[in-house]
Ligand binder design. Structure first.
Ligand SMILES: [Zn+2]
Length: 618
């Protein structure tokens, strides 16, 4: 069973005999990308009779049914030059039934994709992020392992592009790519823009080259400092040292620098699709906040793409995925991406510790810990990932990312302690994600027991028990053992945390989570309230708006000053709050002043955190 399954998934990325292929072409006219419309035309091999065409629903890396079917419009299907009637399935909104007439062997499908959802967009007047799953359909057969597809794209005048796909022919603004398996096309996004720059990150002569492709809203945004460039080059060296081998033929870091398009990251075998601020390289706060973006997505080439939880591997884009092992897929990637941000110098050790302190403190203020174990945040990824920010501590959201950081930090420190520094989590990474040598892109499945076995291979211990305790507990507090084993402890002072300061300045929000229990927008709107916090006990809730503090019009400075003076004058803070059409004054009885998390050294304990973030390469 295991062997058969493994063979099947590995074959997705390799080849079939010619007779088994189903052929398809997709031409994308992206000249309307600046107004967020992509025009697709597909030719799909067909046989006469009933046929079901589907639009990709479950998107790898999203782990959820996020295919934007609601944004697919203007559908027409033709065969032999004649328009065919189509009928959407009454239950599956992603499936369309047609009848292919006699005498034809292909259908032509055309539709538009709207790439703006009202909150974020995939394009602006200067840049575009093309994800092929949004512009294709395919025959519903239960597997796309035999579908080969030839893609082409027409870009806006003067735009240049980056992708791991191999261009076969370029003509003016049009590019034809070499034929690939459909799984590979969807795994190979393309970015394009009027301001473009490509930088080689690998050492000259590296047979598996790493490239940074950037598009931006301005030419100035592409100006990367020598120090940052050295850090990104070091990222490649550090990751190769960490995992020992590589599972790609080449790797493209695709980076879009824009405040008009989504800030996000999505992993692929041979590329990653990264979106950050236009000021990433010029604003120290953006630089700090997104220092782990490229490292995180790069780690996924090993953890997530090469090695993947068995139940996240599917043979097409219509079958549901199961997210119960995302605390490895995303949690360990969060940990490794984060330590790589320090090992490469993208973050200073101090910035790294401040970020760790913020993560630990945030997870230690989660009322939802009482009802929802960490395991459930991964299991319920389909609903938890995009849950709104309101009552975030009660929902817990996608805690398998940040709490995965804490758990894998704890494991790393335990391995170091138990083996007296002879072994580390780096050894686990080499054993679990490496292998005897470099390989082209492949997928290997694993389950919970495989993770435990690999950990035992590094340091014998009852890892299954430890992990199940961390995953299934309804503990009031976050697992902070890794910090403590590492020679540091979490404390709160009135000095602002560096990560929180960066978030305040870039997001224009004010996070008073650890004092009043309030998270406020620039205009005083209450983004969130922490359970059992002073603000919660006073009656404040998300969706309300703070109008005045102690009788004076709200501003960030006014409420921060009131927090400080409340320490000595012992007067409750009066918050005048708007709730729909009514105004209420809430009395918040809190006198602890401003509180922000930090890590401080524990005397006499070795600094394992310092060891962990030391580079592996010179
Ligand atoms: Zn990730």
């Amino acid at each position: 069973m295991k062997k058969l399954c493994l063979l099947t998934v590995v074959l997705i990325w390799t080849s079939f005999s010619a007779a088994q292929y189903t052929n398809e072409t997709v031409s994308v006219d992206a000249t309307d990308a600046p107004r967020n419309i992509l025009h697709s035309t597909l030719n799909i091999q067909a046989v006469p009779g009933p046929m079901t065409l589907v639009y990709p629903k479950w998107i790898p890396g999203n782990h959820r049914p996020t295919g934007p079917i609601q944004n697919m419009v203007g559908l027409h299907i033709k065969a032999g030059g004649k328009e065919l009637e189509w009928q959407r399935d009454l239950v599956d909104m992603y499936a369309f039934q047609i009848t292919v007439p006699d005498g034809v062997n292909q259908v032509e499908v055309s539709f538009d994709t709207i790439t703006w959802n009202g909150k974020s967009s995939a394009s602006s007047s200067q840049v575009m992020d093309l994800n092929w799953n949004q512009v294709i359909m395919y025959p519903s057969t239960g597997s796309i392992g035999d579908v080969l597809i030839t893609a082409s794209v027409r870009l806006p005048e003067g735009w240049k592009f980056g992708t791991s796909l191999e261009p076969a022919q370029k003509s003016g603004n049009s590019v034809n790519f070499s034929q690939v398996a459909m799984m590979e096309l969807v795994d190979s996004p393309l970015i394009a823009g009027s301001h473009y720059r490509q930088i080689q990150l690998s050492k000259p002569g590296d047979p598996l080259p790493n490239v940074l492709d950037m598009v931006a809203e301005s030419e100035a945004a592409l100006q990367i400092s020598d120090k940052d460039l050295a850090s990104y080059k070091k990222l490649v060296e550090e990751a190769v040292k960490l995992f020992g081998v590589r599972h790609y033929d080449k790797y493209h870091f695709l980076l879009t620098l824009s405040n008009e398009t989504a800030h996000h990251g999505l992993e692929h075998h041979q590329s990653s699709d990264n979106g950050s601020a236009e000021e990433l390289f010029s604003d120290p706060d953006w630089h700090n906040l997104d220092a782990d973006l490229l490292p995180h997505e790069f780690v996924h080439s090993w953890n997530g793409k090469f090695k993947r939880p068995r139940d996240l591997i599917t043979l097409d884009f219509q079958k549901p995925m199961k997210g119960d092992l995302l605390w490895v897929y995303e949690g360990l990637t969060d940990y490794l991406g984060d330590i790589l941000s320090a090992r490469t110098g993208l973050r200073s050790p101090e910035q790294w510790r401040e970020n760790a302190a913020y993560t630990a403190a945030m997870l230690d203020h989660r009322a939802g810990r009482a009802w929802r174990p960490l395991q459930d945040t991964a299991t319920s990824v389909q609903i938890s990932f995009n849950a709104s920010a309101q009552w975030g501590d009660w929902r817990r959201g996608a805690d398998y990312y940040p709490e995965g950081f804490l758990i894998w930090l704890e494991i790393d420190t335990m391995v170091r302690q138990q083996t007296k520094g002879q072994k580390t989590l780096n050894d686990f990474c080499r054993a679990f994600f490496g292998g005897p040598g470099d390989t082209p892109p492949m997928i290997f499945p694993y389950n919970f027991d495989d993770v435990v076995k690999a950990l035992n291979g590094v340091a014998p211990y009852d890892w299954a028990k430890m992990l199940r305790e961390r995953l299934d507990a309804k503990a009031a507090h976050a697992p902070l053992g890794g910090l403590e084993n590492g020679g540091w402890k979490l404390v709160y002072t009135d000095q602002e945390n560096t990560t929180m300061s960066a978030r305040r300045k870039t997001g224009e929000t004010l996070d008073l989570t650890f004092s009043l229990g309030l998270h406020l927008a620039k205009d005083g709107s209450v983004i969130d309230v922490i359970h059992d916090s002073p603000a919660y006990k006073a009656g404040v809730g998300p969706g309300m708006k703070v109008i005045a503090v102690n009788g004076r019009k709200y501003s960030k400075d006014i409420i921060r000053t009131a927090l400080r003076t409340g320490v000595t004058d012992k007067q409750p803070m009066a918050l005048l709050v708007e709730n729909a059409e009514y105004y209420t004054t809430y009395s918040v009885d809190y006198h602890g002043g401003e509180k922000f998390p930090h890590l401080v050294r524990v005397d006499g304990k070795p600094d394992l955190l310092g060891e962990i973030i030391k580079p592996l390469t010179q």
